[in-house]
Design a protein around this ligand. Structure first.
Ligand SMILES: [Zn+2]
Length: 311
């Protein structure tokens, strides 16, 4: 601090300036300091620097943050990790010397600064982005006394959790995601709820609902491997008849309440391929399609994936 003030005064005197604006003054200080600092800073840089970029530029809650890492040296890609908060996310190869990790954001988190630590073979790079707040609609649900709704079965929970935890290194999707049903969107992502006047802290609508008629076609929004087929008869009480598609690299889609299923586990589907039909199986009050998009096991807003290409 003292040294800066001194430098500033010295600098102004040297240049014969009478600088009043703090901003201009700071700029002068930096220029002055820069003359002496250039060499040591250059020497301090690692030989194979990690170049990291986070997109989108102005994310909001529900967005998928894409952390792209460019390496000068391919060998540094062997142990790449991206950490944010308490979580570590896998980085997958997307091009020669290029890796990418997805960091999900949700309505349950606070908006504001989000910091990342990218680590690759002895190098560490810290960076931060600002995640903007977003107003999510609120629903008020009244349940009759003593009726808390249907409970999922243990089998159902186990199968769905295993599906959402998939981290397949291959990337199957290509281009923007398609709308999985022709019906109008009836409930948006992220809607919060009050049950009998009490705010449900952990609840948010984990996907998009489409009000397509019973029996209307459900198509794969993007290519992938069918990694989950579950039926009411097996105990899928909440999900109903359900299909899960693994798009690869930690990205999965789940389709709930189906009346019919046209695929089996292990099938590879193309974008636009018929996978089933809209129904009201499981915990559904009427026919609709629920599409949930998960990134590293966390439900994100599918809408940006519908409008922007995530390469
Ligand atoms: Zn839904």
């Amino acid at each position: 601090m003292i040294s800066e003030n001194h430098t500033s005064k010295l600098n102004n005197n040297l240049l014969g300036l009478n600088v009043k604006s703090l901003t201009v003054n700071r700029h002068v200080i930096n220029l002055f300091k820069g003359m002496f600092a250039v060499l040591p800073i250059t020497w301090a840089l690692p030989v194979d620097a990690l170049q990291v970029k986070v997109t989108p530029n102005n994310p909001q809650l529900g967005d998928t943050l894409s952390v792209e890492i460019n390496l000068d040296n391919q060998e540094n890609g062997t142990n790449l990790t991206v950490a944010s908060g308490k979580n570590t996310y896998p980085a997958f190869k997307i091009a020669p010397n290029q890796y990418r990790a997805f960091v999900p954001t949700t309505p349950l988190e606070k908006s504001g600064r989000r910091s990342f630590q990218v680590t690759g073979d002895g190098q560490v790079q810290n960076l931060a982005v600002n995640v903007q707040n977003r107003k999510f609609p609120v629903q008020r649900i009244t349940l009759p006394p003593g009726k808390a709704g249907v409970d999922a079965t243990e089998y159902e929970l186990k199968r769905v959790a295993a599906f959402k935890a998939l981290e397949t290194p291959e990337k199957y999707w290509n281009g923007v995601f398609l709308r999985p049903n022709a019906g109008r969107m009836s409930t948006n992502y992220g809607v919060r709820r009050y049950y009998n006047g009490k705010f449900a802290e952990d609840y948010y609508h984990r996907g998009l609902d489409y009000a397509g008629g019973a029996g209307s076609a459900v198509i794969a929004p993007a290519a992938g491997r069918v990694a989950l087929v579950g039926r009411v008869s097996q105990g899928f009480r909440i999900h109903g008849n359900v299909v899960g598609i693994d798009h690869g690299q930690g990205v999965t889609s789940i389709f709930m309440h189906l009346s019919r299923i046209n695929v089996k586990e292990g099938d590879f589907v193309k974008a636009g391929q018929l996978i089933g039909a809209v129904g009201s199986t499981g915990a559904a009050t009427g026919p609709h399609l629920h599409w949930g998009l998960y990134v590293n096991g966390v439900s994100v807003d599918p809408t940006p994936w519908r409008t922007n290409v995530v390469k």
